[in-house]
Design a protein around this ligand. Structure first.
Ligand SMILES: NC(=O)c1ccc[n+]([C@@H]2O[C@H](COP(=O)([O-])OP(=O)(O)OC[C@H]3O[C@@H](n4cnc5c(N)ncnc54)[C@H](OP(=O)(O)O)[C@@H]3O)[C@@H](O)[C@H]2O)c1
Length: 200
């Protein structure tokens, strides 16, 4: 598996730092080209590699760490995303209500985003916690829970495995329209900072 992160804002940089810490290589890109990403990658560590957007999109599993309204711009770069797993970290719930109404028309943001990457297997994950909380210290013996949902079970399993490698305790909650609904902003599980302790 190869990994890419699109976006070098709060989410992109925080996730890239987890890759650096775990020693897992990841391609990092933003709108401004690899030269602009290089200093960020350098600061994060050797496994984070600055790439152009096109190069980063060659990865098997790609985080779209961009604002909800920019998700479609990244989606439009390729007409066919077959073979890719796209991780949707976005939350549309903080947009003005009229923008939400126009963009979502009553649907979940991840259902809308899934249509913007035709052929891809979309997985909703890492949208639940502010990045400051996601990277805050965890009590000894515990791992921070991240919820994972997807209409594609095989993709959910792969992202859960990656989350484990990055040091999290993944919990798969099922399809986007079912368990995934609980981790969309303003619903029950979202914004819960849960720590899981291994049983002895
Ligand atoms: N911040 C949090 O704590 C947090 C937590 C959970 C979920 N979220 C959600 O995650 C999403 C991203 O949040 P953020 O705080 O990371 O945003 P942000 O700090 O504004 O960063 C956005 C990044 O996306 C990049 N970008 C935008 N359009 C792009 C495009 N077409 N191609 C390539 N790169 C593009 C920008 O590139 P440039 O740098 O070149 O402009 C920038 O690096 C939002 O939907 C947010 O609701 C945020």
């Amino acid at each position: 598996m190869t990994y890419g992160i699109i976006g070098t804002g709060n989410v992109g940089k925080t996730l890239a730092a987890f890759f650096a810490k775990a020693g897992v290589e990841v391609a990092l890109a933003n709108t401004r080209g690899p030269e602009a990403v290089k200093p960020i990658a350098k600061e994060l560590g050797g496994n984070v590699v600055a790439k152009s957007l096109d190069e980063a999109l060659k990865a098997d599993i790609i985080f779209f760490a961009v604002p909800f309204l920019n998700f479609k711009d990244v989606g439009s770069v390729k007409p066919d995303w077959t073979g890719k797993i796209v991780i949707d970290v976005t939350n549309a719930a903080f947009l003005p209500q009229e923008v939400q109404d126009k963009e979502l028309r009553g649907r979940l943001s991840s259902e809308v985003n899934a249509e913007r990457v035709p052929g891809a297997k979309l997985v909703k994950a890492f949208n639940q916690l502010p990045m400051k909380a996601l990277s805050s210290p965890v009590p000894a013996g515990g791992k921070r829970v991240v919820f994972i949902s997807s209409d594609h079970e095989d993709a959910s399993v792969k992202v859960a495995k990656l989350a484990g490698e990055l040091g999290f305790a993944p919990i798969e909650v099922g399809k986007i329209g079912e368990g995934g609904r609980l981790v969309q902003a303003r619903n029950a599980l979202v914004f819960q900072d849960l720590i899981k302790f291994a049983k002895d």
